[in-house]
Design a protein around this ligand. Structure first.
Ligand code: NAD
Ligand code: TYD
Length: 359
């Protein structure tokens, strides 16, 4: 088959990245898809076992902070498109150790932008740098209003500040070097393959193993939840039809208080595990609040809906049920992470070397 496009997807072994990689590998057999990932604690090639042998799929173990490794990767493949998801992504980790977030999210993004700017002639009409960002760059809302694409940036955690910086660098490269780019800022994702330190998989796992469910503060904080496959479909549409230089907000119109979300999960888990209704609720424990905890995120996604015809296909409750089913059916996946077995395996397999899985 003739290769129509050669795309770099960074962070493809992570939660959202693995869904994006799978979608592109399967849907576009005439695209060469290169997944470049450092395989940090959050990167797991076990997320991609079903497509790892597809002829249009390539994996390279790369740290995007390593400028030389990034440049070598671009020379090897000559990408005409980049979908950049690699990031340090957990707010709580950014509070305890912000340094990694500055390195990967800011320096790593600039390394990719520079390599892409230098590698492909500006005249290539297909050339596009697509940066995946978050609604958290807009800050925290009180009880009214929504984040639009015009909302001023007001990041309040080391994570969101590092993502905001990377968004600014992408726009700066667009303006200064005429690098064609798009950015999307998405709300909280949930679904299969999410690392079990984030709220939803952590709650599922703790209910399953009868451990306490830690709810920060009073559980009053509000997030706007989107099923991960719906984010992957938005990324597909934006990559192919988004207007260069534009930003698209992506969200599920699904605002929930954390405590309400946890209650719903408790009910679903009681039902699925055949436990008496109300037994999981007893595990809810209110703990010290996160430092600087943003109260509310809520996305106005009317632009992508009107201009690109995207809308979510999975309702919140349906997505929650599918997520619970996936975690209950994939105990080994979860067990390997919780036991740390898979990170020990990678360390043994790959050590700290650069590109290591050759095809
Ligand atoms: P994740 O933490 O599950 O995955 C991140 C991936 O990036 C991992 O595979 C990790 O190994 C890789 N990575 C980290 N540092 C790297 C480095 N230096 N070099 C190469 N690879 C590296 O994150 P996620 O939840 O899948 O998020 C993916 C992207 O989407 C991030 O950019 C995040 O900011 C953004 N986002 C996430 C959400 C969400 O709810 N999860 C919402 C909106 C936007
Ligand atoms: P999280 O999944 O970390 O996503 P983010 O902070 O990027 O929105 O957290 C979602 C919400 O759940 C957030 O308001 C913090 C809260 N939370 C808890 O109450 N308990 C927990 O154990 C975790 C991980 C999060």
């Amino acid at each position: 088959m003739i290769t129509k496009r050669t795309l770099l997807i960074t962070g493809g072994a992570g939660f959202i990245g693995s869904h994006v990689v799978r979608r592109f590998v399967k849907k576009y057999p005439d695209y060469k898809i290169v997944n470049a990932d450092k395989l940090t604690y959050a990167g797991n090639l076990g997320n991609l076992t079903d497509i790892e042998h597809e002829p249009n799929y390539y994996f390279r173990r790369i740290d995007i902070v390593d400028k030389q490794a990034v440049n070598t990767l671009f020379s090897e493949f000559g990408f005409d498109g980049v979908i950049h998801l690699a990031a340090e992504s957990h707010v709580d980790r950014s509070i305890t150790s912000p340094d990694e977030f500055i390195q990967t999210n800011i320096i790593g993004t600039v390394n990719l932008l520079t390599a892409f700017r230098d590698a492909i002639p500006g005249s290539d009409a297909r050339k596009l740098f697509y940066h995946i960002s978050t609604d958290e760059v807009y800050g925290s809302l009180e009880h009214g209003g929504y984040f639009t694409e015009q909302t001023a940036y007001d990041p309040r955690s080391p994570y969101s500040a590092s993502k905001a910086s990377s968004d600014h660098m992408v726009r700066a490269f667009g303006n200064t070097y005429n690098l064609p780019f798009v950015i999307s800022n998405c709300s909280n994702n949930f679904g299969p393959n999410q690392f079990p330190e984030k709220l939803i998989p952590l709650t599922i796992n703790n209910i399953k193993t009868s451990k306490v469910i830690p709810v920060y503060g009073k559980g009053e904080n509000i997030r706007d939840w989107l099923y991960v496959e719906d984010h992957a479909s938005a990324i597909d549409i934006i990559f192919h039809n988004g207007q260069p230089g534009h930003t698209y907000n992506v969200g599920g119109d699904n605002e929930r208080k954390n405590i309400d979300l946890v209650h719903l999960l408790c009910c679903i888990m009681d039902e699925k595990l055949g436990r008496a209704l109300g037994s999981s609720e007893k595990l809810i424990t209110f703990v010290t609040d996160r430092a600087g905890h943003d109260l509310r995120y809520a996305i106005d996604s009317s632009k992508i809906r009107k201009e690109l015809g995207w809308k979510p296909s999975v309702s919140f409750e349906q997505g929650m049920r599918m997520t619970v089913d996936w975690y209950l059916a994939n105990e080994k996946w979860l067990e390997a992470i919780v036991s740390g077995a898979y990170s020990k395996y990678y360390e043994k397999m790959y050590g700290n070397r650069g590109p290591s899985v050759k095809k």
